[in-house]
Design a protein around this ligand. Structure first.
Ligand SMILES: Nc1ncnc2c1ncn2[C@@H]1O[C@H](COP(=O)(O)OP(=O)(O)OP(=O)(O)O)[C@@H](O)[C@H]1O
Length: 610
């Protein structure tokens, strides 16, 4: 017999279980049944696809309670584990992001939603047990099985189990019952029946206690919606998603005819912590005629809808279909297209009929959905229809359609400004004339906004126009410039030469009312934020120069013009030019090349005024 140590993260998680931070302890049984069901799926699949020689004719789960010994055993005749698999799968937590979640959990104390994200699985047995024994033998292997045991502290033991049958049995040595602490008598048959019915009724293998089968085994997606309770849907959702919170929306689909399939999809009510991590699990479960084929089937749903969970059961696929074949399968592509349409129309329904749910949805998943504007050309319009954006019009987000309704007489374009935060965007000098003249501007602050606005030319015939880009021609702009442009020409020429390193042009502005200057991008150039993003991804490119716009009505600008007129060789002029440029850059939240130098110039200049 060997004694081994749990990996550090596993130990922490176990600690949390032993000191039970989750009030509902009943779920340990659900977790064991869920693992057993997965193991049975795997065995059946291995016989179908990998030619494993094993008996798959009587796959089932058994529950056995021993009142005397105070133990509960859950046994399956599924795939089982080798010794090394036991060490790897039960002794460690492989999921990325676990350390971070654990840290959050510690801070948050009571937080079932957070634990839900772990898929605590097997470890949840330690909420009710002071010792757990697992005996297993891998299907298709020779020799002895493996016996694993632990009290949930720092270590576990591993031993040979010569007589173990194929499959896995987990025996939970129950702690004394303590109903005040929601620790029930789990050897009580009535309690077991209740838990199985509540959490595991849909499991597709028989769950037996003695001669009795406790579950109905009905595939939820095959049953009419009116016959399934919300609770049953929710339990099923938890089973496939490992999310313990209730889903926001349930979607049933059924297609009959040449290619038959049924789908049951869930939109979660909360984004998983790893929604934006590359290795996050995504995709749907694929079944063929009620037989589980694979998890995480990415072919069934595009990446931008990766938060959608659920099952697709197709009638006409081969049972041993591989991932490679899936990628090319015409029917799968057709299902995928239909699912996307259905999800988008469901979001639209929420938007129109259930603003509160929609708001939750968009807050949690809007950032992901917007990726579709780049990757799913066919549905660009449908995505824009269900998207909402922050706006200067009110604190409430707006759809593009509602924005267009509010457009001012003569306004042809949808104005937006990207940035890091609402306040930064609102206070940007670019906003001044728009605010003054009552033009609404969309405030786009998600990183993905920088990118999709480049890919979407218009909505409903109205061009999307960045107010920090190109020249602005507000219909009602007073043309301060027209009478006085001539006067400014020498100064503009001077500044252009002086700041040639920094900007490609200097011109008078239509968008400023209170600030002296701002920077804008040329209509066809990439924006500084996008440039920064490319750089962060390691794509060095030439620096894109921008345009400095001056407010002719600002005393600093008119004063500068006067000074330049008086004496073009004035020593203070180059410094003022530099300060003017630096201020414009700071005002939009940009980074100065040499902040120390800027600070010194500014301090010296201020010193002369006090
Ligand atoms: N009854 C079983 N038969 C075969 N393998 C099992 C069994 N129970 C657990 N395992 C293996 O141990 C792994 C860890 O199980 P655990 O319940 O901790 O997490 P999980 O099932 O992967 O995650 P989750 O609980 O989120 O589904 C499983 O992924 C599976 O590979």
């Amino acid at each position: 017999m060997e004694t081994l140590e749990f990996q550090a993260e596993a130990r922490q998680l176990l600690q949390l279980m032993v000191h039970s931070i989750y009030s509902n302890k009943d779920i340990f049984l659900r977790e064991l049944i869920s693992n057993a069901s997965d193991a049975l799926d795997k065995l059946r699949l291995a016989t179908l696809q990998d030619g494993l020689e094993a008996d798959a004719s009587d796959l089932h789960i058994e529950i056995e309670a021993d009142k005397e010994a105070r133990t509960l055993t859950v046994r399956d005749n599924g795939i089982g584990m080798t010794r090394d698999e036991v060490v790897e799968l039960i002794g460690t937590i492989a999921k990325s992001g676990t350390a971070e979640l654990l840290r959050k959990l510690k801070e948050a104390k009571e937080s079932p939603e957070l634990i839900g994200q772990f898929g605590v699985g097997f470890y949840s047995t330690f909420m009710v047990a002071d010792r757990v024994t697992l005996v297993t033998r891998k299907a298709g292997t020779e020799g002895h099985g493996t016996r694993w045991e632990s009290a949930g502290e720092g270590t576990y033991t591993i031993d040979e189990a010569p007589d173990a049958p194929v499959g896995t049995s987990v025996t939970v040595h129950l702690r004394p019952k303590d109903e005040e602490d929601a620790l029930y008598d789990y050897t009580d048959e009535w309690k077991i029946r209740e838990i199985v019915k509540k959490y595991s009724d849909f499991i597709s293998f028989p769950i037996k206690m003695g001669d009795e089968t406790l579950n109905s085994m009905k595939a939820l997606w095959a049953r009419p919606r009116s016959e399934v309770s919300d609770e049953e849907y929710h339990e099923f959702y938890k089973h496939i998603s490992h999310d313990w919170t209730e889903p926001l929306e349930i979607i049933n689909m059924r297609a009959e005819g040449t290619f038959e399939y049924e789908a049951l999809l869930f939109i979660p009510s909360r984004a998983p912590f790893d929604l934006f991590q590359r290795d996050s699990s995504r995709g749907l479960q694929l079944y063929v005629k009620r037989v589980f084929i694979m998890d995480d089937s990415r072919e069934l749903i595009p990446d931008y809808l990766r938060f959608v969970k659920g099952v697709v059961d197709a009638a006409d696929l081969s049972l041993n279909i591989s991932r490679e074949i899936l990628q090319q399968d015409r029917h799968i592509q057709m299902i995928r297209r239909r699912l996307v349409k259905k999800v988008l129309s469901t979001i639209k329904d929420l938007l129109n009929n259930n603003p509160e749910k929609y708001a939750t949805f968009w807050r949690e998943f809007g950032r992901a959905v917007k990726e579709g504007l780049l990757n799913d050309q066919d549905n660009q319009k449908a995505i824009l229809d269900v998207a909402t954006f922050a706006s200067t019009a009110s604190q409430e987000p707006t759809t593009l359609a509602a924005y267009i309704e509010r457009m001012k007489e003569g306004q042809e374009e949808i104005y937006f400004l990207t940035g890091e935060s609402r306040s930064q965007v609102e206070n940007s000098p670019h906003m001044e004339a728009f605010r003054e003249q009552g033009y609404e501007v969309l405030i786009l602050t998600d990183p993905v906004d920088e990118i999709w606005v480049e890919a979407v030319p218009d909505y409903d015939g109205k061009k999307l126009q960045s107010i920090a880009r190109g020249s602005v021609d507000l219909p009602s702009t007073t043309s301060a410039e027209d009478e006085s442009t001539g006067d400014f020409d020498p100064l503009l020429g001077y500044l252009k030469e002086r700041l040639a390193e920094q900007v490609k042009d200097v011109r008078l502005s239509h968008r400023l009312t209170t600030s002296a200057a701002c920077l804008v991008s040329d209509a066809d150039d990439i924006t500084p934020t996008l440039e920064k993003m490319y750089r962060a991804m390691g794509q060095e490119g030439p620096r894109v120069k921008r345009i400095l716009e001056l407010n002719p009505n600002h005393p600093l600008v008119s004063g500068l013009r006067a000074a330049h007129e008086r004496d073009a060789a004035d020593e203070a002029l180059p410094e003022t030019a530099e300060l003017l440029y630096g201020t414009a850059l700071l005002a939009e939240g940009g980074d100065l090349d040499d902040p120390a130098r800027f600070a010194k110039l500014l301090a010296d200049r201020l010193a002369r005024t006090v």
